[in-house]
Design a protein around this ligand. Sequence first.
Ligand code: HEC
Length: 225
Amino acid sequence: MENRPSVWSSNRFWRRSATWVTGVSAVLLIFLTMDSMSQMTMGTAKDIQNKVTKRIPSPVVINYKIDYQLNRKRGHEVPIIGGMDANGNSKYEEKEKFFGRDDYSEKEAQALIHKGKLTIQAKNCMDCHTLLGNGAYYAPDLTKAWLDPTWNTLAAAYGGKEYAIAKFLENPPAMAMHERKMPNLGITPEEAKAVVAYLKFMAAIDTNGFPRNFGKIKGAVDARK
Ligand code: HEC
């Protein structure tokens, strides 16, 4: 008994442990990577047709009405695309005109959103704003800006909320809503339209309730009355 070496000082034990821990971690990491990849993969127009919900929907989502509703099970708001069924899921039925059309093809919608992204990069919007949490904290996060209730109140006067946001972007000081003003960045009407498409697409992404308090803003979307 006395002479039997403790397992803690056995090379064999440590070698085996290291092999097992490395092996199990590798399998787990591969699984998690695949899972993240599938969560991050953009959906297609077919998914929307087949009413398959993807965290990042197809660009054609700009043809649909986008709401933001509290999901009690998940404890935060989720995007609702094209109307909501009795179970609180997207119906993908109700369309909404976007600059006069609700039939953008996947290619057209993708091109428009891409141009919006390039404009946002070229004009350095992230010097002041955040998008999906990245950027600066001078001005509001833009992830759900499309759903800002302010635009609903302006929609009628401008013939639709996409027109109101575009007008604002073309000359923000003229439509200032706060003491802290956004400067005129020389955005053309074409660029403004593309940026609005980008913002609408962004609003349709399921961000697990980010930004956290957006739904609780007084008068905002669901507002947890
Ligand atoms: C110099 C800082 C600054 C830059 C750069 C800037 N913004 Fe702004 N932005 C602001 C401020 C400040 C406000 C709030 C102004 C107001 O409400 O009148 C604002 C408001 C907005 C709003 C309304 C937000 C809401 O929740 O309704 C949108 C949309 C917007 N900006 C988009 C953009 C885009 C797109 C760009 C880049 C092309 C950009 N901003 C660049 C400062 C900036």
